[in-house]
Design a protein around this ligand. Structure first.
Ligand code: GUN
Ligand code: ZN
Length: 446
């Protein structure tokens, strides 16, 4: 080691070189194009990681010097860690629950499960189980709903901080149309809890707070206004909610808020439509709504697995894209049936196919990496393998099992190969997950 190998704080540099096939994006791919300049594929390269950040890449035959710890994953795929822009931490307990559409599903399965998170030990164990499950599916960053209980957000932030993960979350706000034990009781209690959580967690390490309105029906107009005031008072925080997911839900919102032009307009009037807004679903929108989302630079977290499972509807990705709306992809577990982003993207392809549109692997994978990062304003930090980004990434087997292996063998083009990977792979293909250059999955392995 020489003097240059000392990090500014005086600690020795941690240098890791990973060898594999590097795939990421440098811009947004065009709709429908299987050949795209936005794709950066560097077959058999070393990815250099210095103190948790990406320091560069070089061809596989140029061996890094011995100041680098070399890990040879030749013949494997290295991707940025996935970003799941809408997922519920307590809902692992209700994933794959039979027989209901959204509003009955909430009452029958989801609300009862979320009540358990009032208890600190339940919340703590649930947060750890949830984040470890994300990492075991190749997801390194997420925008997360815990529950209405302050302790559910506290324990989730603490567990994410321990793991070094980039996480956006906030205590859920609900003050009506929810069962006992799941409502913010005193009028200013929800606001005080949010302010305290923002003060303690927003900007701590890699954490960010999101004002989290569950959805319009479970907040009074007063609570919606309070949430809007929080967004104004703390301009750096995010906002997350559900929007126009299910037709019965949309009709209910119209009855509850007759003065609003549309479901989205309820949020807009409360000051909740802004560039840091993450709106899950957005299936039942019109042109005016899409224009408003575009003008606000807000994003839709498209959740195809959930939309199919709950029978909510088919999201018009192309219409959203043509209108200039940012679209990311999300599992929405427990409405969605898997934390795997590949399975979710495979569902997204099928949803678009039903509308006669053909989603490319580029468009899909971009939405789950750099596209999501950019929509969250984090494109310089996560979602790509560019120099300077944090080394949040995953190493994947290209194919597992005879069917995928054969398909991989006969694939003729890069798109064919990557599309088959996206469609046939899942968490069983995952070899390792790194967060800030540290191996976080599998456990206990360097
Ligand atoms: N709308 C309000 N709450 C929820 C939820 O927990 N999941 C889904 N999919 N939609 C919702
Ligand atoms: Zn949801």
């Amino acid at each position: 080691m020489n003097a240059n190998d000392i990090a500014p704080q005086g600690a020795p540099l941690q240098r890791i070189a990973l060898r594999g096939d590097l795939l990421d994006f440098t811009s947004a791919p065009e709709w429908g194009a299987v050949d795209s300049k936005a794709v950066r594929f560097r077959e058999d390269h070393w990815l250099l990681i210095e103190n948790g950040r990406i320091a560069g890449a070089q061809p596989g035959d140029q061996l890094p010097d011995d100041s680098w710890t070399q890990r040879d994953h030749r013949g494997r795929l290295i991707l940025p860690g996935f970003i799941d822009t809408h997922v519920h931490s307590p809902q692992l307990d209700v994933i794959a629950s039979h027989g209901t559409a959204l509003l009955d599903w909430l009452d029958t399965y989801t609300f009862p499960a979320e009540r358990r998170y009032a208890d600190v030990l339940e919340a703590q164990a649930g947060a750890a189980r949830f984040l470890d499950a994300l990492l075991a599916h190749g997801t390194t960053s997420a925008v997360v709903f815990p529950t209405v209980h302050k302790v559910s957000a506290d324990t989730l932030f603490a567990a994410a901080h321990e793991r070094g993960m980039r996480l956006v979350a906030g205590k859920v706000l609900m003050d009506r149309h929810a069962p006992d034990g799941l409502r913010d009781e005193a009028p200013d209690r929800g606001a005080r809890d949010c302010v305290d959580l923002i003060d303690r967690w927003h900007g701590k390490g890699r954490l960010a707070y999101a004002v989290t309105v569950r959805f319009a029906p479970t907040s009074t107009p007063e609570q919606l206004a309070m949430a809007g005031q929080l967004c104004t008072a703390y301009p750096g925080v995010y906002m997350q909610t559900h929007l126009a997911e299910n037709r019965d839900e949309v009709a209910w919102v119209h009855r509850l808020f007759p003065e609003a032009r549309s479901y989205l307009d309820v949020y807009d009037r409360a000051g909740l439509l802004n560039a840091r807004g993450v709106f899950a679903h957005g299936i039942w929108l019109d042109d005016e709504d899409r224009a408003a989302l575009r003008d606000a630079c807000a994003q839709i977290a498209h959740s195809p697995s959930s939309n199919l499972f709950l029978g909510s509807g088919l999201f018009g990705w192309r219409a959203a894209e043509d209108a200039g709306v940012r679209v990311s992809v999300a599992t929405d577990v427990g409405g969605g049936t898997s934390l795997s982003m590949q399975r979710t993207l495979a569902d997204a392809y099928k949803v678009q196919a039903l509308a006669g549109e053909r989603l490319t692997a580029w468009k899909a994978l971009h939405a789950a990496t750099l596209g999501a990062a950019a929509a969250l304003g984090l494109g310089d930090e996560i979602g790509s393998l560019s120099t300077g980004c944090v080394a949040d990434l995953c190493i994947w087997d290209w194919a597992r099992g005879p069917v995928a292996e054969r398909r991989f063998e006969v694939a003729r083009s890069l798109h064919e190969r990557v599309f088959a990977w996206m469609t046939l792979s899942d968490e069983r293909n995952l070899v390792a997950t790194l967060v800030e250059g540290n191996v976080r999955y599998p456990h206990g392995r360097d």
